[in-house]
Ligand binder design. Structure first.
Ligand code: HPA
Length: 275
C-alpha cells in the first residue's frame, strides 16, 4: 500500500473505532452556512477532523470541521460539518480525503451541498438548485497514479448526478410545496469572487451557478461509482449591471445559506428516507 492509500485507510480505521458498530450508508457534505442540517441528526457521534490522523482541518468561514454520525431520514448517515477547499491551500488529495474515507466506511450514496452564486438570471437569493451537471475549472483530483482500489484510470463522467435521485427530489419537492431550480454548477478555485466578465463567460458556456467546491468531491465519488445527489443554495444573484456600490461578501453568503438551510435539510431528510 502506498502513502496516499495508507493515509485514507488509517483515517477510516480511526473513524470506525469511534462508531460503536454503526455503519453509515449515506455521506453528506454540508456547504458554507449549511452546517445546521447536522443538528437534525439523531443520536449523534461527533468526531472533530483535528482528532483524525492525517486529516486536513477546514479553515473556511461557515465550516465547523466535524464528522457527525447518526440517524437522518431513518438511516445511518455520516455528515461532514464543514468541507475542505482547494483555496485553503490543501492539495486535491486532502480536499477529497474525507470522501474516500466515507467510501471505505461503506457509504452507498453521497449528498453534496454548497452555497453558490446564481449565474442564471432567473435565480433569486435563497433558491435551491438541483445540480444536474457540472463544469470543472479546478485541477482534477484524479491526476497522479491511479488508485486502483477505488476505481479505473479513466472513469466515466456522463452520469455525474444520479437521475433517479433527481427525479425523486422533484417529486418530494412538489409534495412539500417547495420550488426547486435545476442547473449546471461551475467550480473555480476562488478565493476571489468572479469579475463581471467571468460571470458573463460562465453564463455563455452553460453554467447556472458558480462556486469553489463540490466538483472534486463528486469526481472522486464517481471514480468509485457512488451515486451522487447535489444541491446549491443560491446566496447571491447575478446582476445585469453591477451597481457602483455592489459587492460580493462572504458573510452575506453564509447568512443567505443559513436562511435557506431548513428547506434543504427537510428535502435531504425526506430524500434519504426514500432511498
Ligand atoms: N462565486 C463563487 N463562489 C460562491 C459565490 C459566488 O458568487 N457565492 C457563494 N459561493
Amino acid at each position: 500500500m502506498n502513502e496516499r492509500t495508507e493515509r485514507i485507510f488509517k483515517a477510516a480505521e480511526y473513524v470506525k473505532s469511534k462508531l460503536q458498530g454503526r455503519e453509515p450508508v449515506v455521506g453528506i457534505v454540508l456547504g458554507s452556512g449549511l452546517g445546521k442540517l447536522a443538528e437534525r441528526i439523531e443520536d449523534p457521534i461527533t468526531i472533530p477532523y483535528r482528532e483524525i490522523p492525517g486529516f486536513p482541518v477546514s479553515t473556511a468561514i461557515g465550516h465547523k470541521g466535524n464528522f457527525i454520525i447518526g440517524v437522518l431520514g431513518g438511516k445511518t448517515v455520516i455528515a461532514m460539518q464543514g468541507r475542505i477547499h482547494y483555496y485553503e491551500g490543501y492539495p486535491m488529495d486532502l480536499v477529497t480525503l474525507p470522501i474516500r474515507v466515507m467510501k471505505v466506511l461503506g457509504i452507498k450514496n453521497l449528498f453534496v451541498s454548497n452555497a453558490a452564486g446564481g449565474i442564471n438570471f432567473d435565480f433569486r437569493v435563497g433558491d435551491l438548485m438541483i445540480i444536474r451537471d457540472h463544469i470543472n475549472m479546478l485541477p482534477n483530483p484524479l491526476v497522479g497514479p491511479n488508485m486502483e482500489e477505488f476505481g479505473p484510470r479513466f472513469p466515466d463522467m456522463t452520469h455525474p448526478y444520479d437521475k433517479a435521485l433527481i427525479a425523486k427530489a422533484k417529486e418530494l419537492a412538489t409534495e412539500m410545496g417547495l420550488e426547486l431550480k435545476e442547473g449546471v454548477y461551475i467550480a473555480g478555485t476562488g478565493p476571489s469572487y468572479e469579475t463581471p466578465a467571468e460571470w458573463h463567460f460562465f453564463r455563455t458556456i452553460g453554467a447556472d451557478a458558480v462556486g469553489m467546491s463540490t466538483v472534486p468531491e463528486v469526481i472522486v465519488a464517481r471514480h468509485s461509482e457512488i451515486p451522487v445527489f447535489g444541491m446549491s443554495v443560491i446566496t447571491n444573484a447575478a446582476q445585469k449591471e453591477f451597481a457602483a456600490d455592489y459587492k460580493n461578501d462572504g458573510d452575506d453568503v453564509v447568512k443567505a445559506a443559513d436562511a435557506a438551510a431548513d428547506k434543504m435539510t427537510e428535502l435531504f431528510s425526506r430524500l434519504i428516507e426514500s432511498i
